[in-house]
Design a binder for this molecule. Structure first.
Ligand SMILES: CC(C)(COP(=O)(O)OP(=O)(O)OC[C@H]1O[C@@H](n2cnc3c(N)ncnc32)[C@H](O)[C@@H]1OP(=O)(O)O)[C@@H](O)C(=O)NCCC(=O)NCCS
Length: 419
């Protein structure tokens, strides 16, 4: 049985941060009803690769959901949402600051409608503090949560990371909060409000950088291959340094192409075997490298030796060689590598789907594997595909009632704002 079977999620979320979280909830078995404005989630039409078809941006983040279109600014639309709230366990939104209150569905209002409902809001910066009124996107969160300042090389500009830690990362945090609140609801009978800020989520993912921030007051960070400053200053960008207790870096391999790197962790216990392989006993026992403290100080020389050795092998050959020595390592895998990787396919992490508008396409699979409740991945819904079905099945509306609401503009675009 699906783990979240019987849980209904009213998903008012859009773009990426909310939808990735609610897609996970759908894969865990929840009935996710995605409420869209009559124009649809903006991502349906963004970065389109097939004319007039839902974009991959949309299809990859909205699987296993039902889509209904509701004009939440109209009285009839508000009535539909109010009644759906009465039949839902969870409601999720990531509108800009103040939008949900203007629509008339603040937490105070929502809990009046259904005291058992769990409500989750994702905002760039939460509901309090000087930044609360600001909108946010992925890279704004990466900039303000600390991630950009520690990514890149010291002499270069700060970099964003390609992993969507601000959006998808916040979606994950949100789901954790919702599941905890549901557990609490099951014991107390009361729903609660879950607030997740993208900036907070990025700070959480940068936790170990704040470890280093405080360590800097005691002295330089010896594990970095670049100089670090003593005294409560910024943690530097450390390139591909591991930034952990074990030294690590990306080693360039044959034929020295842009992704021909193997990430190697020189774990303390494997030093001797690794060094013997790379440079024989003289390297392994060299006092500049034999002990971890000295190896940290002289790591740039060590990386040079490892790079020289690596240039004789491809990343896969070097991985095989180092795996025999139990050295933790991994080749830099591009999207093309991953899409064709036997391991990835075997774990159902690259899943083929069909879609009425676009035909065959692929989605990244469900990263959380439950032994009793495996995920079944189904295509994303077309815009408003389930509006009538949901109104009839969940709310028991008749054809006539639906027609009346339609007539009254409950499912039409709200009038354009005039300046
Ligand atoms: C992502 C974001 C920047 C987009 O901003 P935006 O395109 O201006 O969208 P908003 O959420 O502010 O909503 C815009 C309008 O659409 C309206 N709208 C949304 N759904 C509607 C519906 N079903 N029916 C009627 N109107 C609707 C809202 O009421 C709002 O109107 P208003 O400004 O007159 O009150 C903003 O939503 C945001 O900061 N969200 C929180 C942080 C976040 O999740 N960011 C990451 C996104 S991946």
């Amino acid at each position: 049985m699906e783990a979240l079977k019987g849980i209904r999620v009213l998903d008012l979320s859009h773009v990426q941060a909310g939808p990735t979280g609610t897609q996970l909830m759908a894969w865990l078995g929840a009935d996710v009803i995605k409420v869209e404005p009559p124009t649809g989630d903006i991502t349906r039409g963004q970065l389109r690769d097939v004319p007039n078809a839902d974009s991959l941006y949309f299809t990859m983040l909205n699987c296993n959901k039902r889509s209904i279109t509701v004009n939440m600014k109209s009285p009839g639309g508000k009535q539909v949402i109010t009644e759906l709230l009465g039949k839902s366990d969870v409601v999720i939104e990531n509108f800009g600051p103040g939008v949900i209150d203007r629509l008339g569905f603040s937490w105070e209002k929502v809990r009046e409608i259904n005291p058992r409902v769990v409500m989750a809001s994702i905002k760039g910066f939460g509901s309090s503090g000087p930044y609360a009124e600001f909108k946010a996107y992925e890279n704004v969160a990466q900039a303000m949560g600390g991630a950009m300042s520690v990514t890149g090389v010291p002499e270069g500009p700060p970099f964003v990371t390609g992993a969507q830690i601000g959006d998808t990362g916040t979606g994950l945090h949100m789901v954790i909060g919702v599941l905890a609140a549901l557990h609490h609801r099951n014991r107390s009978g009361k729903g609660q409000y879950v607030e997740v800020a993208m900036m907070d989520g990025v700070m959480n993912l940068c936790r170990v950088k704040f470890r280093d921030h405080q360590r800097l007051t005691r002295g330089p960070l010896t594990e970095f291959s670049v100089p670090t400053r003593q005294g409560m200053g910024d943690v530097p960008r450390g390139g591909n340094d591991s930034g952990g207790g074990q030294l690590g870096n990306a080693i360039h391999c044959k034929p020295l192409g842009p992704n021909d790197y193997l990430y190697v962790v020189v774990q303390e216990v494997v030093w001797e075997a690794l060094a013997n392989k790379v440079g024989g006993e003289s390297f392994a026992k060299d006092p500049r490298f034999a002990m971890i403290g000295e190896r940290r100080k002289n790591q740039n020389e060590m990386w040079k030796r490892l790079n020289e050795f690596a240039s004789k092998y491809t990343k896969r050959e070097l991985m095989a060689l180092l795996n025999e020595l139990d050295v933790p390592c991994g080749p830099i895998m591009g999207t093309e590598d991953l899409a064709n990787d036997e391991h990835v396919r075997g774990r159902e992490m690259w899943v083929e789907l069909d879609h009425p508008q676009r035909g065959k396409w692929w989605n990244v699979g469900m990263p959380i594997k439950l032994s009793e409740s495996p995920a079944r991945i189904e295509r994303s819904p077309l815009l408003g595909e389930h509006t009538e079905g949901v109104l009839k099945e969940v709310l028991g509306y008749s054809e006539e009632k639906i027609a009346q609401l339609k007539q009254a503009g409950a499912f039409s675009n709200p009038p354009k704002k005039t300046a």
